[in-house]
Design a protein around this ligand. Structure first.
Ligand SMILES: [Zn+2]
Length: 518
């Protein structure tokens, strides 16, 4: 059975965000297929994260709603024309499935199917006009490399892989490597963090399409001098992509997507046009939609969406713009000479963090502190990238990606602590690190927080927290105090104390910056 994954257009990292779904199941409340507009609309009572795929024989678009039960929604709608029917069913205990089945002999281009969130619990699946199934053209013979292009595709065609590497296209956001079948479990290797000259992407269990030739690979785009794609005759066969980068071009972001492929996104400021078009201080950023950094979407016709799909689900008041997907709102500077700090306000959106005395929420304590830290650092000539600038839900992985993408020098995650409400005697400040590089930063941060906040000293501790374990720069996680503590909670709720703590955190960062980064 052949299938293609489709994803909501603006979010490459959708799969990683699914874990933020609420524990309670959603209920499918309503759905309807509008034959005139060729679109399916459905609503659920709480937020959902749909997944869509195209399945053949017969051709049908299948939309799965994880963690959702069917409710009393209609079971079936006959449509007519090129769409046979649309139906809803309980696929398994956790999943409700919507199926749009086409008439025999018709299909749609999966790249033209769009899944859009109108809100966290209302979605639209927009189909293109179905087309008659055409006879498959026979693939041309394996290509021979042309001497004209610096690129190369090499190795004998291979069979028996679960993935096929079909094409590489330059997009307004970077490159899209299209794969068919299973999305390969890629491995990325770089030569260094600051000065990447070469990136190697291994695609296990992958065959290169027989008709892919060197001429099909992008030339001189986004500071890539040369592409090499090699078929390796392992069992199962594997493919390798090597990118030779222009001198000095910094970090690239490389991720697989459920869309069926690999998204390769250059740092902001690197121009699409050619390797000679180098970023400078005044170089305009690449024309990306501000909220779709990794928008994998070349292959999917992305409309100029008025707003990004609100993924992952969120239930914030509508006044807050639904910015939930990673990076977007920040514009990390590209000059290497400037120090860049990533400040990560913990939790947010539907995740309040710890809830303590008098209902005091962790996110309410640490967000204003984070904003103030940014202000203080910027006043001192230090660039700051916040992982979130609003009260929005954000998973851990995108927080790390934001820091990596910004090429940040330090990562500082700000939290407030909690223990049972029956332990009001537990109060104080803790600082966490994971790597040795983080320890040096942690010691400085901890001393500054203690002197600014005046809470108990609960020490510098090592822990395997995701955000400090997966960031490549020195990283710390600060627990400013306990929302459950009888002594701490009133202070954490007090804007004056928060100002002091913000100054302590900013001072700690500046102390580190002045000692080691300037
Ligand atoms: Zn926390």
């Amino acid at each position: 059975m052949r299938f293609n994954w489709l994803i909501p257009s603006a979010l490459g990292a959708a799969s990683a965000l699914v874990i933020t779904l609420p524990a309670e199941a959603a209920q499918l409340q309503f759905w309807r297929f509008d034959a005139r507009q060729n679109q399916l609309v459905f609503t659920t009572d709480v937020a959902v994260q749909p997944r869509a795929q195209l399945i053949f024989n017969p051709t049908r678009i299948v939309i799965d709603l994880p963690n959702t039960v069917l409710g009393s929604a209609t079971a079936r709608q006959s449509v007519g024309g090129t769409i046979r029917e649309v139906r809803a069913g309980q696929f398994n205990e956790q999943t409700t499935r919507l199926v749009i089945e086409l008439e025999a002999g018709y299909t749609v281009n999966p790249q033209q199917v769009q899944v859009r969130g109108q809100s966290a619990n209302q979605w639209v699946v927009q189909l293109p006009t179905p087309e008659r199934v055409a006879a498959q053209p026979s693939p041309p013979p394996a290509a021979v490399d042309s001497g004209a292009s610096p690129n190369s595709v090499s190795g004998q065609p291979a069979a028996g892989a679960t993935s096929r590497l079909d094409s590489v296209t330059a997009t307004p956001d970077g490159f899209f490597v299209r794969t068919r079948g299973q999305v390969p479990n890629i491995r990325v290797q770089r030569t260094g963090r600051r000065n990447d000259r070469r990136i190697t992407i291994d695609l296990p269990d992958t065959a290169i399409a027989a008709n892919l030739s060197a001429q099909d690979l992008p030339n001189n785009r986004y500071s890539i001098r040369r592409w090499q794609i090699t078929q390796q005759q392992t069992a199962p066969p594997s493919a390798q992509i090597t990118l030779e980068l222009d001198e000095g071009s910094p970090d690239w972001q490389i991720n697989t997507t459920n869309l069926g492929g690999i998204i390769i996104v250059p740092p902001r400021g690197v121009s699409i046009n050619s390797i000679s078009d180098r970023p400078g201080p005044s170089a305009p950023p690449i024309a990306t939609t501000p909220t779709t950094p990794a928008a994998p979407t070349t292959p999917i016709a992305v409309p100029p969406a008025p707003q990004p799909p609100p993924l992952p689900p969120r239930i914030d008041p509508p006044a807050i713009p639904p910015i939930v997907s990673p990076p977007p709102t920040v514009t990390p500077p590209v000059q290497n000479s400037r120090v860049v700090i990533t400040i990560d306000p913990g939790h947010g959106g539907r995740d309040p963090g710890a809830v303590g005395r008098g209902g005091l929420q962790e996110k309410q304590v640490i967000f204003p502190i984070s904003l103030r830290v940014r202000e203080l650092l910027e006043q001192n000539g230090v660039s700051v990238v916040l992982t979130r600038e609003q009260d929005v839900t954000l998973d851990l992985e995108p927080r790390v990606q934001i820091a990596e993408r910004a090429n940040a020098d330090l990562f500082v995650s700000i939290h407030a602590n909690a223990i049972s409400l029956s332990r009001p005697e537990v109060n104080g400040t803790e600082t966490y690190y994971y790597s040795d590089a983080g320890l040096r930063l942690a010691r400085i941060m901890h001393a500054n927080m203690l002197s600014a906040g005046g809470l108990n000293d609960r020490g510098v501790r090592q822990a395997r927290f995701y955000v400090i374990r997966n960031t490549s720069m020195p990283a710390v996680l600060l627990e400013v105090g306990f929302v459950t503590g009888a002594r701490d909670a009133p202070l954490l709720a007090d804007p004056t104390w928060r100002e002091q703590m913000a100054q302590g955190i900013a001072n700690g960062i500046l102390e580190y910056v002045n000692a080691y980064l300037r």
